[in-house]
Design a protein around this ligand. Structure first.
Ligand SMILES: NC(=O)c1ccc[n+]([C@@H]2O[C@H](COP(=O)([O-])OP(=O)(O)OC[C@H]3O[C@@H](n4cnc5c(N)ncnc54)[C@H](OP(=O)(O)O)[C@@H]3O)[C@@H](O)[C@H]2O)c1
Length: 348
């Protein structure tokens, strides 16, 4: 049993509330400080913007400013909007805090790990480079759409090699924060544009699947072509994936490659690690967001892959992948990353 005090920046938003759910009974982390912007001075229970009740234990905590001096914490999670994260996160690093952030502001900085703990735990070594320049450090987690895609690509990359990826997405409305997309724009509709999303999916995928060469990351060399759309579902980003592989693909073998995939969090038995990070469904019309988004031993932490099939060429694999955007795509991956940091000794 460890006892690490954690603070949350952006605690009152859509993702902030998911942190609370995971942290309230966490065996290692204890919530100490909750920060917001418009809700500063209010009680957390009154300030939360998501359509979700918050646990009694945190209802009366007063929301504070995003100021390092107000934080009584050993570790800080950030779910700030990216613009705000740029300066605020730097201030926290300068004050010596370790930060795990899901904002995009610092994700592509060469010294900053962009983490999916099952995929690239070795990238955490970049922290040693940051520590030469500052007291604290920052580790980021990817865009919610990239998480499901990359986690599904990792076993394919390791087994077959990848020469090209094409992905089309069907993204839930909660991915846009609260209040998010106006109801009149999205109900009964599909919006085939999400600002900067396609660029993020492409660039982040190549960074996460890149190789750490001792002092920097050499990005994966294959193209990633993304087309992203917002659809009127609540939670869960669904993605139609087309992968060109270096070796010939066999469907039964690929299913086993997905099913048997395990990463460092499973080996270390981390508290938020799902037993199976990738769950394969054999049903012909799945995965579906409403039915499958919470599948697995830790609800929201497994991705679900289905409709696995070959393309016209022997070197093409096609499938759908579903991931929970606020959990695996945000708070859950950040907490799993923090658990890995602790297990690997980076928080000492
Ligand atoms: N929603 C998702 O599925 C998802 C997935 C992955 C990553 N993300 C990323 O996570 C971050 C948060 O997303 P969200 O959906 O939770 O957004 P959100 O619902 O709009 O919440 C934003 C939070 O940030 C605070 N905030 C806003 N401006 C601030 C400022 N200038 N200074 C300090 N705090 C400020 C807000 O506090 P007040 O309420 O007090 O104003 C609120 O707590 C974003 O960077 C987003 O891109 C979201």
């Amino acid at each position: 049993m460890k006892n690490i005090k954690v603070g949350i920046l952006g605690a009152t938003g859509m993702v902030g509330v998911e942190y609370i759910d995971f942290l309230i009974n966490h065996p290692w982390f204890k919530i100490s400080t909750l920060a917001g912007k418009k809700s500063v001075g209010k009680k957390y229970g009154e300030a939360v913007k998501s359509l979700k009740n918050v646990p009694r234990e945190v209802e009366d905590i007063e929301v504070v400013e995003p100021d390092p001096k107000k934080f009584d914490a050993d570790l800080v999670f950030s779910s700030l909007p990216s613009e705000a994260a740029k300066d605020i996160e730097v201030r926290f690093i300068e004050h010596g805090f370790p930060i795990v952030s899901e904002a995009s502001a610092h994700r592509m900085n060469p010294d900053v790990p962009l983490m999916i703990p099952e995929v690239n735990p070795e990238h955490l070594e970049l922290i040693r480079i940051q520590k030469k320049k500052s007291k604290g450090f920052i580790v980021t987690t990817p865009n919610c759409t990239a998480v499901g895609l990359v986690l599904s690509l990792k076993p394919i990359l390791d087994y077959y090699g990848i020469s090209k990826v094409v992905v089309a997405t069907y993204q839930a409305i909660t991915g846009a924060g609260f209040p998010g997309v106006p109801s009149y724009s999205i109900l009964g509709n599909v919006i085939p544009y999400i600002k900067k999303e396609e660029e993020k999916v492409s660039e982040e995928t190549k960074k996460i699947l890149g190789r750490f060469n001792g002092d920097s990351i050499k990005y994966a060399g294959f193209p990633v072509e993304a087309s992203c759309a917002r659809v009127p579902t609540i939670d869960g980003h669904l993605e139609a994936v087309y992968v060109e592989t270096e070796k010939e693909v066999k469907v039964d073998e690929a299913i086993e490659v997905f099913r048997s995939f395990r990463g460092e969090p499973q080996k270390l038995n981390l508290p938020t690690a799902p037993k199976e990070p990738i769950i394969v469904t054999d049903l012909e019309d799945r995965p579906q967001p409403r039915l499958d988004v919470n599948t697995g031993t830790v609800p929201g932490m497994s991705i679900v892959v289905g409709r696995i099939r070959k393309g016209e060429s022997n070197n093409v694999l096609k499938y759908f992948v579903l991931s929970h955007n606020r959990i695996r795509g945000a708070a859950g991956t950040a907490i799993l990353t923090a658990e890995l940091l602790l297990a690997k000794g980076y928080l000492e």
